[in-house]
Design a protein around this ligand. Structure first.
Ligand SMILES: [Zn+2]
Length: 283
């Protein structure tokens, strides 16, 4: 471990079958990583072309399985974050001929199934959002409606909702939608965030400049890699060892408070998880 601190990667993917899978978790643990939030891979990456909400269940089951396996490799543990990738809307509308409203309904149904896993305690949080690229207004509206369904569940289940969105430093409008649904804005997490953000809690991509901004700001934040475990896109995102390495770097540069914020306080505030109590103390 690194100076006895828990080290959480707030957002990464593991391919249960075809790529590195559990080896990526071993790499993470070897350099001091202790806790993981594992987000299911986009359904179509696992060969699932969903036609009903129930079709997402296979994706969720496989994620829950690899999370169980991951936990046994960690001094802390892993939790699943389940949902429907917002990019699915384009796949449905552009490639499969869905009307935007039908895409919306299917994606909402997938979110409803993900919420069942949170309700039963098999998943920690939900994942939703909207495309990070330009889309037609009706596709944008459909995407926002899916995201708001996730907020309804977040309110009911008192769980966090991770979002994939356009790059932005101000998502106060989205945070207001969450509050209108009955969930506190800080339980909305923007994944792939920069170092500063208004509205949701930023899950900061672990590049040095972004982390420095977040650390100096002193506000709640999380750290992630968005490791995608995809053999076709090896350099697309950060590798699984990045968060522990950057934690070490932050500590070397005097950012002890920021490390505590990102790995103890913010996980507790956002997800209600205790990254210290879930560590095996091997003295
Ligand atoms: Zn991701």
């Amino acid at each position: 471990m690194i100076d006895e601190t828990p080290v959480l990667d707030d957002h990464l993917h593991l391919d249960p079958d075809s790529h590195r899978g559990i080896d990526a978790v071993r790499d993470f643990a070897r350099v001091g990583g202790t806790h993981l939030l594992v987000v299911n891979k986009p359904s179509w990456h696992l060969g699932v072309e969903a036609e009903t909400g129930e079709d997402f269940r296979e994706v969720f089951e496989r994620t829950v399985e690899i999370v169980d396996e991951s936990s046994s490799e960690l001094e802390g543990r892993a939790w699943p974050v389940l949902g429907v990738h917002p990019g699915l809307v384009s796949r449905l509308v552009d490639d499969r001929g869905f009307a935007p409203e039908d895409a919306r309904d299917l994606m909402r149904a997938g979110i409803d199934v993900a919420a069942e896993y949170v309700e039963s305690g098999d998943a920690l949080a939900l994942k939703s959002g909207r495309p990070h690229y330009e889309v037609d207004d009706d596709v944008w509206d459909a995407s926002n409606a899916v995201m708001r369904r996730a907020f309804d569940h977040g309110a009911d289940l008192e769980c966090a909702v991770q979002l994939h969105t356009e790059a932005s430093e101000d998502l106060t409008t989205v945070a207001e939608w969450a509050e209108a649904a009955g969930m506190p804005a800080h339980r909305v997490v923007k994944h792939y965030a920069g170092g500063r953000l208004e509205g949701p809690t930023p899950s900061v991509m672990s590049e040095k400049d972004r982390l420095e901004t977040a650390a100096e700001r002193g506000e709640p934040f999380l750290m992630e890699t968005d490791y995608i475990d995809d053999p076709d896109r090896p350099g697309a995102v950060l590798g699984p060892k990045t968060v522990p390495r950057r934690v070490r770097w932050l500590l070397e540069n005097g950012h002890d408070t920021a490390v505590r914020i990102a790995h103890v306080e913010t996980p507790k505030r956002v997800y209600g998880i205790d990254t210290e109590a879930t560590l095996e103390r091997t003295e």
